[in-house]
Design a protein around this ligand. Structure first.
Ligand code: FAD
Length: 486
């Protein structure tokens, strides 16, 4: 089947009844719920772009199975040009949402590509698991399904292994096997866009302990599998906010959900890892998953960073604070981050590696620099927006004020120093507040800190895994200088 339209995606959601809870209420129809339908519309729009003559070539490639156009983010790369094609697909979708929607469909499509190319890792548990994985990759690609994922055990007690929590299946684990599959029980987080996804993919971070055998799983399920429940966080906007007041929030809020697996049957052909801690812990390093995912997230992160830095610059120009040296210093610092991220992406693509199946993947280290530094740089850019916007961010009126008795005051007292009309200046500050002050912006910040796991431990791992031989050699040579002086 060729790539789907937005309507086909929404029609597909209407055929299912996932169990979703928001604010203590059961959601009868995710496609019409005010806290969910706007993110669904955004996903539909991204899918529609695949049919738009302006984008279709960049966003699709020819299915090796049917010859139909399928999503470019599923495409194995034969060379650097292939990586650049994937990169352009990521960029086009990210630009459409200003980088605000972290879990656009490409984010999981490329996970499946890495698993299909790293099929030998799943085969360690038996050839059928590798066949399941490749079959699932092809199924999702050919049907253009939209996946959510839930990798993280809930933070019940982080000092203990999954098997040692107060109950054996607080964290998702296999309760029993049947002739049809495995029955799983427990909770997982944080399924962003889960309520409007077609399927959920579950696998583990490489953190399992030897006693976690029953929790050593990877599997996929339709989002309405019997016994699968989603409990959403409190929405920031249940449909009542104005697009003038919250231009980003009303458009790009992604719901996040805790997933509860209440004795859910996973059919055998959807099981990829079972009962094996070593394989589960090998999935991340040995499929080279992060070479693929960090490429997509880096490109999306670059768009978001460029946008946020653009907002900081526009605000400084609007009040002419960009005339002051320390403000220029902050803006220069932010532009440095943009340039470093852009350069790391280029370097990862240029210095690509060959995979075990003869394709190429971007180099890991430059992408990992982005992954472990953006959790500091993005919050810093947000801080710069707060610092430049200062009290002005809190002084801005709402859309309603424009049609009230104080409208004349607004025209007069809210004008800026550049040639932007007053209304445009207010829009800019409201946009900035959505990014740096509103609950929507605070979630965006928390997302950049944690979407790829704990940045503190990840950065510490860079010390263990990065090649420091050049640094070490220089020190050894310099130590030789002392000998020469004697
Ligand atoms: C907005 C948002 C959206 C997300 N979307 C998704 C999604 O779609 N799918 C998905 O699977 N996940 C998603 N995540 C979850 C994300 O993967 C986790 O938040 C991330 O892995 C960090 O785990 P945690 O939140 O449990 O933090 P923890 O790992 O509990 O860390 C919390 C703090 O405790 C410290 N800490 C905890 N354990 C240890 C330890 N053993 N050793 C040392 N320090 C420790 C950490 O350094 C950190 O400071 C999302 C997260 C956010 C914030």
């Amino acid at each position: 089947m060729p790539v789907r339209t937005g309507k086909q995606y929404i029609d597909g959601l209407k055929t299912r009844s996932p169990e979703v809870w928001i604010g203590g209420e059961h959601v009868d129809d995710v496609t019409t719920h005010p806290a969910l339908s706007r993110s669904m519309e955004q996903i539909a729009h991204l899918l529609d772009m695949q049919h738009d003559p302006q984008y279709a070539e960049a966003l699709t490639y020819e299915s090796p199975k049917t010859g139909d156009p399928v999503g470019a983010s599923f495409m194995p790369a034969a060379d650097r040009a292939g990586l650049e094609k994937r990169s352009e697909c990521y960029r086009l979708w990210a630009a459409e949402t200003f980088g605000m929607m972290g879990r656009s469909p490409d984010s999981m499509n490329v996970v499946l590509l890495s698993f299909a190319e790293g099929r030998d890792v799943f085969a360690r548990g038996g050839e059928r698991f590798a066949e399941n994985m490749v079959g699932y990759y092809e199924y999702v690609r050919e049907n253009d399904l939209f996946l959510t994922h839930a990798l993280v055990q809930p933070p019940t007690d982080r000092s203990k292994a999954s098997a040692d929590q107060t109950e054996e299946f607080l964290h998702v684990g296999a309760v029993r096997e049947t002739a049809d599959g495995i029955v799983v029980r427990g909770a997982r987080m944080l399924a962003t866009l889960g309520p409007v996804a077609d399927e959920v993919l579950v696998y583990n971070l490489p953190l399992l302990q030897p006693q976690d055998t029953k929790h050593a799983l990877a599997f996929a399920l339709p989002i309405d599998a019997p016994g699968l429940r989603q409990i959403c966080r409190e929405p920031f906007d249940s449909g009542g906010r104005s697009a003038f007041d919250h231009p980003l929030g009303v458009n790009f809020e992604e719901p996040d959900a805790m997933m509860i697996f209440d004795d859910v049957l996973v059919p055998w052909d959807r099981v990829f890892v079972h009962d094996n801690v070593a394989i589960s812990n090998a999935v991340f390093p040995d499929t080279n998953l992060r070479n693929y995912t960090a490429h997509q997230t880096a490109v999306r992160g670059l768009v978001k960073l460029q946008f946020a830095v653009g907002v900081a610059i526009a605000m400084a120009r609007a009040a002419k604070t960009d005339q002051f040296l320390h403000v220029r210093h902050m803006l220069g610092e932010c532009l440095n981050y943009v340039e470093i991220v852009r350069s790391c992406i280029l370097s990862a693509e240029m210095e690509h590696e060959t995979t075990r199946v003869g394709t190429v993947r971007p180099r890991f280290e430059p992408l990992q620099v982005i992954r472990t530094m953006l959790p500091e740089w993005y919050p810093r850019v947000v801080e710069v927006i707060q610092t430049i916007g200062a009290g002005g961010l809190l002084a801005m009126p709402t859309a309603a004020d424009f049609s009230s008795a104080v409208a004349a005051d607004i025209d007069k007292y809210y004008q800026g120093a550049d040639d932007r009309p007053t209304e445009e200046r207010i829009k800019l500050y409201r946009l900035a507040w959505d990014l740096c002050g509103d609950a929507f912006g605070m979630r965006q910040l928390q997302y950049e800190r944690y979407y790829a796991g704990d940045p503190y431990r990840a950065k510490a791992m860079n010390y263990v895994t990065f090649d420091s031989r050049t640094c070490d050699d220089l020190v050894e040579r310099a130590l030789g200088l002392a000998e020469r002086l004697e």
